[in-house]
Design a protein around this ligand. Structure first.
Ligand SMILES: [Zn+2]
Length: 257
């Protein structure tokens, strides 16, 4: 634990910077804007954000959560996302070490957070997170050899096919779009990281979480559009951490493992 600490601190600092970039992605990707240019500006007075004001978490605290030009409040979501990603990368380094598995955990968690936030805010899951994440997942799995790459591909196909089928059945049954294309592409990405068993568990958990939260709201007529990607993201994160234990228990329950 003590030997792992310096590495975890470095991973955490790196995570803060990744979190800062994730903020840009969350705001710009749903609007189909470039994430590299132009540099960040205050949306109210157009004042460019100086590099000194762009240090994750600390700048927001030093500025008191306000633009230096016009005193427009800066959302607390920005430092919270940076802090969350920083903690995520720290936890991944402590749990799995500074290795491929740790990097995989940190990147997968970052992608899931980005998806959950864009889906919750705008009901959009950007292709950069889904198709881009799928490519990242396949590359990371390929580092484990051809067999691991084939398992990741199988997971991606299973995830895509199941949600595509659910969407098709829903469309025929309810005569309206039941499953967003973003959810379908997202599960291809998740399948590449978790494999076919993990993707099945993710869909099951996502459906359970989504029903538990949204059924009561739907019954009182509060919410109509469900950001299913949020619940799939939670399901995928739970599966990444607890999936092997849950699947192992289920196989013993069935008497096949
Ligand atoms: Zn301003």
């Amino acid at each position: 634990m003590t030997e792992a600490l310096p590495g975890a601190v470095v991973a955490g600092l790196f995570g803060l910077v990744i979190g800062s970039f994730l903020n840009v992605c969350i705001v710009r990707l749903p609007a189909e804007q470039s994430v590299v240019s132009p540099p960040s500006r205050c949306p109210r007075c157009g004042r460019p954000v100086q590099w000194m004001e762009n240090i994750p978490v600390f700048s927001w605290l030093l500025l008191g959560g306000k633009c230096r030009g016009c005193k427009e409040p800066i959302s607390i979501l920005y430092p919270l996302v940076e802090l969350t990603v920083g903690l995520l990368w720290t936890a991944a380094a402590l749990q799995y070490g500074l290795n491929l598995q740790g990097l995989t955990a940190a990147l997968f968690g970052t992608l899931l957070l980005g998806i959950a936030l864009t889906d919750a805010r705008e009901y959009i899951i950007p292709n950069e997170f889904t198709w881009g994440g799928l490519i990242i997942g396949l590359i990371l799995s390929a580092a484990g050899g051809l067999h691991a790459l084939l398992l990741a591909l199988l997971g991606a196909v299973v995830g895509f096919a199941i949600l595509w089928l659910v969407g098709l059945v829903g469309k025929l049954a309810f005569k309206e779009e039941a499953m967003g294309g973003g959810d379908i592409k997202m599960m291809a990405m998740v399948g590449a990281f978790l494999g076919w068993q993990g993707v099945l568990l993710t869909i099951f958990l996502g459906a359970v979480f989504g029903t538990a939260i949204f059924l009561p709201l739907a019954l009182v007529g509060r919410k109509k559009l469900v950001p299913f990607g949020v619940f799939l993201a939670v399901g995928a994160a739970v599966t990444f951490v607890l999936g092997p234990a849950i699947i192992g228990w289920y196989r013993r329950y069935l008497g096949v493992g």
